[in-house]
Design a protein around this ligand. Structure first.
Ligand code: ZN
Length: 409
């Protein structure tokens, strides 16, 4: 068996992809997109040459840095199966469709620039058609059950506690009369986070590929971070302030929704208007509801007592642009969740432009902010930022909550 790392290696943390080659078969584990700047994005080619066979693709979870190059496989003619847990496949559909929309829009913008420069237009990396093609090749696999993935290769998916449907994968490879076990951890979630079950380690392996996003340090305790979040919310509500929460559509938005529901149910604060201002987060939440059997015992008990919906009567999804704009006119305490998570695009920019200059505004940073992003500049305490080319004074209070990571420390 030969294993080649063709992503998330050699100085790159995105683009996760392994090629596993045996005498009988050749498979990929994950097929992620390179993200985070021009240099990384230039690496977005198919992970394998068009004339090499691939028998199967195995997915650990749905995040773009683990699935985002799948449409390139369809584009070069791959017609084989893509295996993942049912929730992972739903998340993959949501995330890849969004990715194709962004690729096309981004390419149109670049083409306008190219044409002004007298250069020929270029094709986008992939289109919604390429995405639909690969989505038709998705095949669900159960957790915990050995599954024949390719000739001579069985695979077992175990919960990884990182996002809905996420898994670590153990390959059981038969070659020359010997059996070898290789574990790909995928991304692992933290131990004490709510909603999802904890990761479930494999007991045996000859070789382990372990994610190490926070390999060098641990996070602040989750319970402490929740307490801090509650303190900020109660304080902002008492002062009648607007709370802006830049969130990733999958994971963080559902966590914040749960924390608010729990506060309301416990009577810690009187219910106030909450806006889920992200079509993608709304869809992701629907996928969570569909797979509530994957929740941990605590979360199951919490929603068995009373549906979360009953606590969140003041929460309003705002899928359309008009509904989103109308949030500007809301007076008094309210909370808005909108993307992008690092404030480098999306509806959150409109809310930040309209509210950052007001001292009564609170911005709650609940996720990782990459270098050079607007979110990072706010965390770093800049007193003035530019949004849509306009100078905006930062008079709002910026709170950074460091303990909500979806990666284990
Ligand atoms: Zn991930």
């Amino acid at each position: 068996m030969k294993i080649t790392l063709v992503g998330a290696a050699g100085g790159e943390v995105t683009g996760s992809c392994y090629i596993v080659q045996t005498e009988q078969a050749r498979i990929l584990v994950d097929c992620g997109l390179f993200q985070g700047g021009k240099k990384s994005e230039a690496l977005n080619r198919p992970p394998t040459a068009a004339n090499r066979t691939v028998d199967a693709v195995l997915l650990t979870h749905g995040h773009l840095d683990h699935t985002g190059r799948l449409p390139l496989l369809a584009k070069m003619g791959y017609t084989g199966p893509v295996f993942g847990t049912p929730a992972t496949l739903d998340m993959t559909g949501l995330i890849l469709r969004d990715s194709a929309r962004l690729q096309v829009a981004d390419n149109e913008r670049k083409n306008r620039k190219r044409m002004r420069a007298g250069e020929p237009p270029e094709e986008p990396l992939y289109t919604p058609d390429d995405v639909e093609k690969i989505l038709s090749q998705l095949r669900p696999v159960p957790y915990q059950k050995e599954f024949a993935a390719a000739p001579g290769i069985k695979a077992i998916w175990h919960d990884a506690g990182h996002m809905l449907g996420s898994a670590s994968i153990q390959l059981v490879v038969e070659e020359e009369g010997k059996t070898k076990r290789v574990v790909f951890s995928g991304d692992l979630g933290p131990r004490s986070a709510p909603i999802l079950r904890e990761f479930e380690p494999f007991q045996q392996a000859d070789l382990v590929f372990l994610e190490s996003t926070y390999g060098g340090r641990d996070h602040r305790s989750f319970a402490e971070t929740v307490k801090e979040f509650e303190r900020i919310v109660i304080d902002a509500v008492n002062r009648g302030g607007k709370m802006l929460v830049p969130t990733f559509a999958v994971g963080r938005a559902q966590l914040i929704t749960l924390l608010l529901g729990q506060m309301f149910r416990a009577g810690k604060v009187k219910p106030f208007p909450i806006f889920l201002d992200s079509p993608m987060a709304i869809e992701a939440t629907n996928i969570y509801v569909k797979y509530s059997d994957l929740f941990d015992d605590e979360m199951k008990a919490f929603i068995r007592d009373r549906p979360l919906r009953a606590d969140l009567k003041t929460m309003k999804p705002t899928p359309t642009a008009d509904e989103s704009r109308a949030i500007n006119d809301v007076r008094g305490a309210c909370l808005v969740m909108a993307g992008a998570g690092m404030c480098n695009g999306g509806r959150i920019l409109h809310h930040l432009r309209a509210n950052l200059w007001k001292p009564s505004t609170h911005v709650l940073i609940v996720g990782y902010q990459g270098q050079g992003s607007l979110g990072r500049r706010l965390v770093d305490g800049e007193k003035e930022v530019k949004i849509f080319g306009e100078k905006i004074a930062v008079k709002a209070t910026i709170h950074t909550l460091g303990g909500f990571s979806a990666h284990a420390g």
